[in-house]
Ligand binder design. Structure first.
Ligand code: HEM
Length: 154
């Protein structure tokens, strides 16, 4: 593979990480706590639903780009010769993608339905589950970054 293509794939890979993991940091530590602080449930839940809708649409593009570029980089070396860290990255990347798919296709529609029915207790429960799973994926994402850069430790 030409070095320029390799650099381009790594760029796409890291932009995917920035959008996904950076977005989760923002949603978890900034957006949600501020919404809880300033907005009552009938304002907060539709706001969070709409904000997450935009974020998840971005993530739905970032995830295939991240996994696709990672796989292309890995296959260039081959599974047999790839360092263990790359195998771990593949495993946790797939787990993260599975968790995202569950949030996007399972939990978020539940939240949207409850918000459009103005059922605030059900909406709050769905949002709380999303918060927990996003927190899980954020922890796993940070761990995966550590695994990714660990090959540089020698
Ligand atoms: C299908 C899943 C994935 C595969 C197959 C994969 C594969 C790879 C490969 C082969 C590299 C090395 C590129 C090179 O140096 O030429 C790499 C770099 C990297 N990956 Fe992944 N990756 C995956 C998912 C992820 C995820 C989910 C994250 C973080 C949330 C991540 C974070 C990183 C980082 C930070 C680097 C840069 C490491 C460095 O240059 O020191 N990867 N990935």
């Amino acid at each position: 593979m030409p070095p320029t293509l390799q650099a381009l794939l790594l760029f796409v890979h890291l932009v995917g990480v920035v959008v996904w993991v950076g977005g989760m940091v923002f949603a978890h530590f900034v957006l949600r706590p501020t919404a809880v602080e300033l907005l009552p449930p009938p304002g907060r839940l539709p706001f969070m639903t709409a904000a997450l809708n935009r974020f998840f649409r971005l993530v739905a593009v970032a995830v295939p780009a991240l996994l696709g570029s990672g796989l292309a980089l890995l296959l260039q070396v081959g599974f047999a010769r790839a360092p263990i860290a790359w195998h771990l990255m593949l495993g946790s990347g797939l787990l993260m993608a599975g968790v995202f798919a569950w949030i996007y296709t399972g939990l978020h529609p539940r939240l949207r339905q409850a918000v459009s029915a103005a059922d605030w207790p059900a909406a709050a429960a769905a949002l709380e589950r999303i918060r927990q799973w996003v927190g899980f994926n954020l922890g796993l994402g940070l761990l995966t970054i550590a695994v990714g850069v660990s090959t540089r430790a020698g």
